[in-house]
Design a protein. Structure first.
Length: 182
C-alpha cells in the first residue's frame, strides 16, 4: 500500500467513514495538533532517562492516538462514537502529578520554561497540549465531543507542567522564576 493517495492534493482529506472535509476544518486542526503533541512527547520520552516517566509518556502517547482516531470519526445519525479515554486515564495523570509533586517545593512563583532541554521539552509539550485542548473546545462548539476528552486534555497539560518541575528537581536544575519589572 502506498502512503500517498493523491486524494488530498486539492486541500481536502477524508475522515473515518469516508466524509471529505477541508484540511483546515476544526476537526482536522484538533486531531492534527494531537498528532503534533504525540510526536513531541516521543521526543521528550527519547531525552529523559527516568523509567517511570518514560512508561507514563508511552501510555499517554497511546491514549492520544486513540483520541485522535475518535476525533477523526464523526458521529453518524446521532450515534456517538466510542471514546477510548477512561476516567482511569485521567486518574493516572492525577496520581502521577501527586507522586511527583510530593517531592517538590511549594510553587511560590510563576515558572518560566528553561533551565535544561528536558524541562523545556516538557513545557513545550504543555503548550502544544493547551493548543490541542483549545482546538477541541472550538470543535466541540460545532460538533459536540465527549466531555472526558476535554477533561483528559486539561489534566494532561497540568501533568506536563508538574513533569517540567519534577525534571528540574531530578536534574538538580533551578527553576526559573518569573520576575516582573517592579
Amino acid at each position: 500500500m502506498k502512503i500517498y493517495t493523491k486524494t488530498g492534493d486539492q486541500g481536502e482529506t477524508g475522515l473515518f467513514g469516508g466524509q471529505r472535509v477541508n484540511k483546515s476544518h476544526d476537526r482536522i486542526e484538533a486531531y492534527g495538533t494531537l498528532d503534533e503533541l504525540n510526536a513531541f512527547i516521543g521526543l521528550l520520552r527519547d531525552h529523559i532517562s527516568l523509567d517511570a516517566e518514560k512508561a507514563v509518556l508511552s501510555t499517554i502517547q497511546n491514549r492520544l492516538f486513540s483520541l485522535g482516531a475518535y476525533l477523526a470519526t464523526p458521529s453518524k445519525e446521532g450515534k456517538e462514537v466510542a471514546l477510548d479515554i477512561l476516567e482511569e486515564d485521567v486518574e493516572l495523570l492525577e496520581k502521577e502529578m501527586d507522586r511527583m509533586d510530593a517531592t517538590l517545593a511549594p510553587l511560590r512563583n510563576f515558572i518560566l520554561p528553561g533551565g535544561h532541554p528536558q524541562v523545556s521539552y516538557a513545557h513545550l509539550a504543555r503548550t502544544i497540549c493547551r493548543r490541542a485542548e483549545r482546538q477541541c473546545v472550538r470543535m466541540h462548539v460545532e460538533a459536540p465531543i465527549n466531555a472526558r476528552a476535554l477533561h483528559y486534555l486539561n489534566r494532561l497539560s497540568d501533568y506536563f507542567f508538574v513533569l517540567a518541575r519534577y525534571l528540574s528537581h531530578e536534574l538538580g536544575v533551578e527553576e526559573i522564576a518569573w520576575k516582573g519589572r517592579n
